[in-house]
Design a protein around this ligand. Structure first.
Ligand SMILES: *[C@@H]1O[C@H](CO)[C@@H](O)[C@H](O)[C@H]1NC(C)=O
Ligand SMILES: *[C@@H]1O[C@H](CO)[C@@H](O)[C@H](O)[C@H]1NC(C)=O
Ligand SMILES: *[C@@H]1O[C@H](CO)[C@@H](O)[C@H](O)[C@H]1NC(C)=O
Ligand SMILES: *[C@@H]1O[C@H](CO)[C@@H](O)[C@H](O)[C@H]1NC(C)=O
Ligand SMILES: *[C@@H]1O[C@H](CO)[C@@H](O)[C@H](O)[C@H]1NC(C)=O
Ligand SMILES: *[C@@H]1O[C@H](CO)[C@@H](O)[C@H](O)[C@H]1NC(C)=O
Ligand SMILES: *[C@@H]1O[C@H](CO)[C@@H](O)[C@H](O)[C@H]1NC(C)=O
Ligand SMILES: *[C@@H]1O[C@H](CO)[C@@H](O)[C@H](O)[C@H]1NC(C)=O
Ligand SMILES: *[C@@H]1O[C@H](CO)[C@@H](O)[C@H](O)[C@H]1NC(C)=O
Ligand SMILES: *[C@@H]1O[C@H](CO)[C@@H](O)[C@H](O)[C@H]1NC(C)=O
Ligand SMILES: *[C@@H]1O[C@H](CO)[C@@H](O)[C@H](O)[C@H]1NC(C)=O
Ligand SMILES: *[C@@H]1O[C@H](CO)[C@@H](O)[C@H](O)[C@H]1NC(C)=O
Length: 846
């Protein structure tokens, strides 16, 4: 045994050496292991030797082969230690140094390089093939240079590549099919070069790709069918500039919601055979090309939700084949509509939410198949063309939020299919027709047209008692004398018949927007007397009133002197028009008119809720007949009601609504203590803001009430559903602790949630509302037949329930919006809490 150790140590070492050497020979052919930092130094110097500098100071002056500094210390060079090879150059960042010249093939000797960034220089020449030797390369950014020639075909050997950015060069090349084998690619930007040929179908295998830009090249051919498999793709720019060949056979161009950017290429119009174009929900900029008139087989065109601007080319209104949808909504399209519309077969036209101006062309009559016409939220002016009444199949017509004037064409009554008509927020005037769709209050929206009147009021305005209105009417009459005269004659002729029908339709009168007059509200509220004042909303005073048909109402008179009052009025009308829920105060009608002082008068008329606001109950200003406060179940019910309404607003509305002002004084209770959210004066539809027309700027606006505002609003965050959740949480904590969030004891960093948190969980019974710890629940007596296992003492039950509720309140009021639970979860938890509370009570009686 010892023999081996002692006899020939040299032999052992020699064998070892030979072994190592042979491994070196056979396995170490990789130049990387043979090379050293000296190789890198050599490569860098050679690389530098082909560069020139236009700047007075040589940006690579530290790259000096004569000095003894390590190249790791040179400008733009980064090294890392590599086991076996010591320090090696791993990253080279020379971006934006004004380097000119070409890239030396020696770059391929930097074997450990994983990031090469030479972007924004003036490099010319071709990409050396040797660059494909950099097998460790992950990042290659050569964008914004003048590199020409072709792409080395071995580039597809760079298997580790994650970012390949060659944007804005002059590379003239096909895209190798093997590009799709670079399975780690996340960013592939080859745009603004001269790439030609087809887009390799293998690209759809690049499952990590988030950003694909092939735009502004000379690519042609078919778009890979299954680009849709690129699930992670966030940006796709394939603004193709020469669609040729087979692409002309393309029938369906569906690239919706792809975050495409750039313009729509005019050449798209060469794809004459396209049946369907859906480019909606991208970020397309610029004009709609007039070549769109070329389509010979187009059935549907959807360019909605982009950033297109300019006017709509008149050619696109001549697409005779278009037979389903023509949707250009939610863009920035402007200018007048062309006078000649020839969309005979189209069923839906949606131009809403643009900046279109001028009149609605009367040639709309040519759209004989039209069923839905949406032009809301533009700047359209002039009258509603009478010809629209000839589009007999019209089912939905939305012209709201424009600047349309004149009267409502009486013939709209004859559109028997019409089941939704929205003309709100225009400058329409005169008499509202009564027949047809107008009979159905819930189908017609006319609010925000100051000068519209029911025939009753129109008639009264000629009454000598209303001088001012007479003057207005006279001016109008002078302008449209003949028309007015005819109307007057008509009115007089039919006076009797109408008088008779008015009584029958009193229900209609009550429900219909715009039908309630200043005069009626004045009477209903006893001339807005102090004793009927029941509260202040964010933009005015609320009066109790009784309409002539004895309905009890709450009338919110908006203070028109306050800036933003009109916006608030619109916000509330918009919000409440779009929502309906048993836990939301119902808006019965609204009134925008002129009061007796000839001032603007805006009022909203709601259902009256007899038990007042939750604030009154929390503060003890209101009590039950037996002198008791709201008990634990009442409070749970209130919390659930409010959460339910918010859940609906946040999650179930077509457009999510943020209330922005949840607090006890805005929660109203009806006779059986059902809670309803009121005061939508700050409410916001969470729509993408487009242009400036009807959207409410979130900066110059109050965002809620002190104590209930989430902290992020103070930092300029936009209103969000998480903000409502915070306010709700505060309200919940207040409801169960009885402590007002703006109590004097809260100052500095201490607020209601922190105060509750500090006592939670050990001492939390000290912070809950003491009224909850006495009363019916605790007084219940134990039943002797009880199964002991099921029995839970009332104290434990209350404590358990309150703990749960306080926990919910705390998770709604986290400082960070992301840390908060959703209102939906809060609702679920509250329901569970109530269920457990009641279940145990029942359990006791088993
Ligand atoms: C750089 O210097 C080394 C010696 O320090 C020398 O061997 C090498 O040839 C030089 N390279 C160039 C390009 O001058
Ligand atoms: C390096 O030294 C050589 C001669 O030793 C000289 O010709 C050359 O200019 C030097 N280069 C630099 C960058 O100083
Ligand atoms: C660069 O080299 C100098 C000496 O030549 C040395 O003092 C300095 O620490 C080096 N810097 C880095 C970042 O290695
Ligand atoms: C790299 O390793 C060498 C020795 O292995 C050491 O002297 C040097 O400090 C290390 N450099 C870095 C940057 O870790
Ligand atoms: C570096 O690359 C050049 C050109 O590709 C090659 O001729 C040279 O042999 C390489 N040098 C080393 C040390 O690998
Ligand atoms: C480096 O690239 C050249 C040219 O592409 C090639 O001939 C050579 O084999 C490559 N060297 C290594 C070590 O891969
Ligand atoms: C490449 O460099 C350019 C210019 O600095 C930069 O805009 C671009 O984002 C970089 N590419 C990637 C993928 O990071
Ligand atoms: C591409 O790589 C292969 C080996 O992997 C080599 O034989 C070939 O010469 C390379 N082509 C170019 C153009 O460098
Ligand atoms: C995508 O990858 C699969 C499996 O690697 C391969 O079979 C298929 O041919 C690739 N598709 C394309 C279009 O390259
Ligand atoms: C869409 O692209 C823009 C930049 O063009 C980017 O800011 C935005 O985040 C992208 N959207 C998505 C959903 O990825
Ligand atoms: C577009 O493609 C056609 C047919 O392939 C070709 O004749 C024409 O030169 C191309 N135009 C451009 C700008 O590349
Ligand atoms: C209109 O006038 C009649 C009497 O002239 C009156 O009974 C009716 O209440 C008035 N209507 C409105 C809305 O003012």
């Amino acid at each position: 045994m010892g023999y081996h150790y002692n006899s020939n140590p040299m032999l052992g070492m020699t064998i070892l050496f030979l072994l190592a050497f042979s491994m070196f020979i056979f396995l170490g052919v990789d130049s990387a292991t043979l090379s050293s930092i000296a190789t890198d130094r050599e490569a860098l110097i050679s690389f530098k030797s082909q560069l020139s500098f236009e700047l007075p100071n040589n940006p690579l002056s530290t790259w000096d082969n004569n000095s003894s500094t390590s190249p790791c210390n040179w400008t733009g060079v980064r090294c890392s230690n590599n086991s076996g090879s010591g320090e090696r150059v791993t990253a080279l960042d020379l971006s934006g140094l004004g380097l000119a010249g070409s890239i030396a093939p020696h770059i391929g000797n930097l074997s450990f390089l994983n990031s090469l960034q030479l972007q924004s220089n003036r490099l010319r020449g071709t990409l050396p093939n040797e660059i494909c030797n950099l097998s460790r390369l992950k990042v290659l950014n050569l964008s914004s240079n003048s590199i020409e020639g072709s792409l080395p075909s071995n580039i597809t050997k760079l298997k580790n590549l994650q970012i390949l950015d060659l944007m804005e060069n002059e590379i003239t090349s096909r895209l190798p099919e093997e590009l799709g084998f670079l399975s780690n690619l996340q960013v592939l930007k080859l745009g603004k070069n001269n790439f030609f040929g087809s887009i390799p179908s293998s690209l759809s295998n690049l499952s990590s790709l988030t950003n694909l830009n092939l735009g502004t090249n000379a690519l042609s051919g078919i778009l890979p069918n299954d680009l849709g498999r690129l699930q992670k793709l966030k940006e796709l720019d394939i603004t193709i500039n020469n669609l040729t060949g087979q692409l002309q056979e393309l029938q369906m161009l569906g690239l919706a919601k792809n975050n495409l950017s750039g313009g729509i290429p005019n050449s798209l119009g060469n794809l004459r055979r396209l049946n369907d174009i859906d480019l909606s929900g991208n970020s397309l900029l610029g004009f709609i090309p007039s070549s769109f008139g070329n389509f010979q087989n187009l059935l549907s065109l959807d360019l909605s939700n982009n950033k297109l601007n300019g006017s709509i080319p008149k050619e696109s209104f001549n697409l005779q084949t278009l037979s389903t949808i023509f949707n250009l909504s939610n863009n920035f399209l402007s200018g007048p509509l062309p006078q000649d519309i020839q969309l005979e077969k189209v069923v839906t036209i949606d131009l809403s939410n643009n900046l279109l101006s001028g009149p609605i062309p009367s040639s709309i009559i040519n759209c004989k198949s039209l069923e839905r016409l949406f032009m809301a939220k533009n700047r359209l002016s002039g009258p509603i063309p009478n010809t629209i009444s000839e589009v007999k199949g019209l089912e939905m017509l939305d012209l709201s939020s424009n600047q349309l004037s004149g009267s409502i064409p009486k013939d709209l009554e004859d559109l028997h299919a019409l089941r939704y008509l929205n003309l709100s927020f225009n400058q329409l005037e005169g008499e509202v027709p009564e027949g047809g769709v107008f009979r159905n209050i819930s189908s017609v929206h006319l609010e925000g047209n100051k000068k519209l009147c029911s025939n009753l009021k129109c008639k009264n305005s000629t009454n000598p008692g209303h001088r001012n209105r007479v003057i207005v009417i006279c001016v109008v009459t002078a302008i449209i004398a003949t028309l007015a005269l005819c109307t007057l004659l008509f009115t007089l002729l039919h006076l009797r018949r109408r008088k008779a029908t008015i009584k029958d339709t009193s229900e209609t009168q009550k429900g219909q927007f715009q039908m309630v007059s200043y005069e009626e509200l004045r009477r209903a509220t006893g001339n807005f007397t102090e004793s009927n004042l029941i509260g202040y909303g964010s933009f005015g005073s609320v009066y109790k009133g009784r309409l002539s048909d004895q309905t009890e109402v709450a009338v919110k008179v908006i203070n028109t002197q306050t800036t933003g009052s009109w916006k608030s009025f619109v916000a509330e009308c918009e919000a409440l028009r779009n929502v309906r829920h048993r836990n939301l105060v119902r808006l019965i009608t609204s009134c925008s008119s002129i009061d007796f002082k000839n001032m603007d008068f805006l009022a909203l008329v709601y259902e009256y809720l007899s038990n007042g606001s939750l604030e009154d109950w929390i503060r003890g200003r209101k009590m039950k007949e037996n002198g008791e406060a709201l008990n634990i179940v009442d409070r749970l019910n209130v919390a659930i009601d409010v959460a339910c309404a918010l859940d609906y607003l946040h999650h179930d509305c077509e457009v999510p609504v943020v209330h922005c002002d949840i607090k006890p004084s805005n929660i109203l209770l009806n006779e059986d203590f059902t809670a309803k959210i009121g005061d939508f004066g700050l409410a916001r539809l969470l729509m993408e803001k487009k242009g400036t027309q009807t959207s409410i700027s979130s900066t110059n606006f109050l965002k809620g009430s002190i104590g209930y505002i989430p902290p992020e609003y103070g930092q300029g965050e936009k209103p969000s559903t998480a903000g409502d959740t915070y306010s709700f949480g505060i309200m919940l904590l207040e409801l169960f602790t009885g402590k007002c969030p703006i109590d004097k004891c809260f100052s500095g960093d201490l607020n209601l949630p922190r105060w509750v948190q500090s006592a939670f969980p050990e001492n939390f019974m000290q912070v809950v509302d003491s009224k909850l710890l006495v009363g019916d629940v605790c007084n219940e007596e134990r039943d002797d037949d009880d199964d002991d296992n099921l029995y839970v003492s009332p104290e434990i039950r209350v404590e358990y329930c309150l703990t749960t509720v306080i926990e919910i309140g705390l998770s709604c009021t986290r400082d960070s919006p992301d840390g908060r639970i959703t209102i939906r979860l809060a609702l679920q938890k509250l329901k569970n809490a109530k269920h457990n509370f009641l279940k145990n009570r029942n359990g006791k009686k088993v």
